[in-house]
Structure formats: C-alpha cells, structure tokens
Design a protein around this ligand. Structure first.
Ligand SMILES: NC(=O)c1ccc[n+]([C@@H]2O[C@H](COP(=O)([O-])OP(=O)(O)OC[C@H]3O[C@@H](n4cnc5c(N)ncnc54)[C@H](O)[C@@H]3O)[C@@H](O)[C@H]2O)c1
Length: 327
C-alpha cells in the first residue's frame, strides 16, 4: 500500500511518515520546503526518514499544478495524507497570499489528484482547531457551527472542509478532515509558544504572554496525533448514497485544556530556569481557549491520548537541547 504524504518535511508530516513506514507502508512524500521557518529543521526531519527503503521524497509545490501532475504521474497511490499547508495564525495577518497559494490552490490540486485516482481508498487532510474561532461553547465539538473564523488561516482551513465536502459529494471521494489541537513535541515548530518560550528562557530573554496569561490550550503530544491519524487511515467514511457523501471531520486533541501559565511553569521546572514575563493584550486573530471533544474519535477508532503536558514537555526539551547542540 502506497501513501502520498504531503508536507512530509513538516513537523506532523515527518512523524506520521515515520510511523507509517515502520508499519510497512510505502510513503511517497512531497514538500516544497518553504522558508516560513528554518529549512535546516525541515532537512533534518527528511534525514530521519532517509534510512527507510520504502520512503521516496520529491520537492514539489502542490500549488504548481503541472509539477504536481508530473510528480504523481504513473504512481499507484492508495491513500493520501495531506498535511502540506501554510500554517500559523499570526503569520496570516502579514502574508495572506501564501495561505491562498498553499491552502486553497494547493488543496484544490490535491483534490483533483484524488478525483482522477481510481485506486484511492481514503483522503485524509489537516484542518485545524482554529476553525472554531470565537465559539463560546466548550468543549469544541464537530456538531457546532464554525462559520465565523477569526483569522485568514482559519478561513482557509474551513474552506478546505467545504471543498472536501463538495468533492466527496460529486466524486464520492472518502474524506476525513482532522482538526488538530496545538500539536507539540520533538522536531516541533519554531513559531509555536512552547518552542519560543524554551528558546527565550534558555537565552535569558523575556517571553511574551498574551491576554495577560488568561488563555488555555488543548496541547496534544505528537505521538497521540500520529496515533489518531494512523488509526483513521483504514477507516474511511462510508458512502451512504446521495444524501450522505463519504465525508467526515473529527477533532484530534488531548481533551484536557491547560492554562498558558501551566506551560510556563512546566518549562520552568524542566529547564530549571525562572521565566521573565512580559504581559501583553490579546493578539489579533487569536482565541482564548481551545478544548476538544474527542468522543467521536474514541467511538470510531478507540483513540485515547496518552501523554500529559507534564510528560510531553520534558520529551520536547530533551530533543531540543540535543538538536541545538548539533546545529
Ligand atoms: N502543529 C499544529 O499545532 C497544527 C494545529 C492545527 C493544524 N495544523 C495543520 O497540520 C498540518 C501540519 O502542520 P505542521 O505543524 O506539521 O506544519 P509545518 O509547517 O511544520 O508543515 C507543513 C509543511 O508543508 C510544507 N508546505 C507548505 N506549503 C507547501 C506547498 N505549497 N507545497 C508543498 N509543501 C508545502 C511546508 O514546507 C512544511 O514542511 C498543516 O496543514 C497545519 O495547518 C497543525
């Protein structure tokens, strides 16, 4: 069984690829290695995958229709795990066009590939908890309306769900959208709070605490996210006729929101460093709290997150120290 995995040089992509390869799948990974953050980190992730004989990589921009077609021509692909995207809420305020490029045009090109691929068994793609915007009802459930995104990033992710629905309806493509909740762990993303805080605290610099620290996140450890994705792969939604296309969206979270200040104190303990804090107002586009209802994932595939923030942060810090020394 061969999987097309987009965004394979990314944080989640590398970990998902590694698990799939260990489980005996063949992985064709693509990524255009954007310079949104340090490309050395992306190259380091690809090096982690090199030892696997069943891994193949090509540098491809998914928004470039012709290059994508050339890269995929003649390949037998059974599953598509689509994780390539321009990520980040804050960056979407400064660079809106890169979101349209990767998350809208790129997403459409991947859908078109799915449409014309008769071997396809399941199309899985990354959405985001950010689609819940300013919803007040917690925990966030996929039954809630998510029509009020508060960032362009969230708007593109919600658009992906709508686009996937139309293709599931028109071409009966079995699709599952994954609303990830603040994923963290080794090989993580340098634009996210846990990394920025670690870096600043080790350098004796001040860390910025938005909304005066009154924020909560459903921090989800990378191995738990990978578990969710890998368990879902063989469980494609069923086609129940024209009224119900083979389409679903699920939350992949930890089901245990933690205060931002809890992240800070966990890092202080792990690093043995006292943080210097600068309290600031809420940032534009941000949300105050995230909290995933994961009951549908429990019922569907027996998903149960295993790693608390107190366990996961030391695992990230161990990796971070080693990585920084190697650089
Ligand atoms: N990490 C999280 O907390 C989180 C939360 C919610 C949703 N997500 C979503 O999960 C997915 C994976 O996120 P991540 O944290 O691994 O991000 P990441 O930035 O580490 O990985 C995304 C990868 O996609 C690649 N990419 C971007 N545009 C591309 C294009 N046009 N063509 C080919 N490759 C392209 C990038 O080079 C990068 O390697 C993304 O879709 C993201 O929006 C992540």
């Amino acid at each position: 069984m061969t999987i097309l995995l987009t965004g394979v040089a990314g944080f989640v992509g590398m970990h998902v690829a590694k698990r799939l390869l260990a489980n005996g799948f063949k992985v064709f990974g693509i990524d255009n290695i954007t310079s949104y953050y340090d490309v050395a980190l992306k190259k380091g992730r690809l090096q982690e995958l090199e030892p696997y004989a069943d891994f193949e990589f090509q540098k491809v921009d998914i928004a470039d229709e012709e290059s994508l077609k050339t890269a995929l021509s003649g390949r037998e692909i059974h599953y598509v795990v689509h994780l390539a995207a321009q990520a980040g809420v804050r960056y979407s305020l400064e660079n809106p066009h890169s979101y349209a490029h990767s998350n809208l045009t790129g997403f459409l090109n991947i859908l078109e590939f799915c449409r014309h691929n008769s071997n396809l068994q399941h199309f899985i793609y990354a959405s985001s908890s950010s689609v819940y915007g300013g919803n007040k009802e917690l925990p966030y459930s996929t039954d809630q309306s998510v029509d009020r995104p508060v960032s362009l990033y969230a708007a593109t992710k919600k658009s992906n769900e709508l686009m996937a629905h139309s293709y599931s309806h028109l071409y009966r493509i079995p699709s599952t959208g994954l609303r990830f909740f603040t994923v963290y762990g080794p090989w993580g993303r340098p634009d996210m709070a846990y990394w920025l805080f670690t870096e600043a605290m080790l350098a004796g610099k001040t860390i910025k605490i938005f909304n005066n620290g009154d924020m909560k996140r459903d921090f989800t450890y990378i191995d738990d996210v990978v578990d969710g994705v890998v368990k879902l792969l063989p469980v494609a939604p069923q086609d129940k006729g024209m009224e119900q296309p083979p389409y679903r969206v699920v939350n992949i979270g930890n089901n245990k929101p933690e205060a931002l200040m809890e992240l800070v104190s966990t890092l202080e303990k792990t690093l043995d460093v006292k943080a210097n804090l600068e309290f600031l107002p809420m940032q534009k586009g941000d949300v105050k709290e995230t909290f995933a209802n994961i009951d549908p994932m429990r019922e569907l595939v027996g998903y149960e997150p295993q790693t608390s923030l107190a366990q996961g942060i030391p695992l990230f810090v161990d990796w971070y120290r080693e990585f920084i020394e190697r650089e």
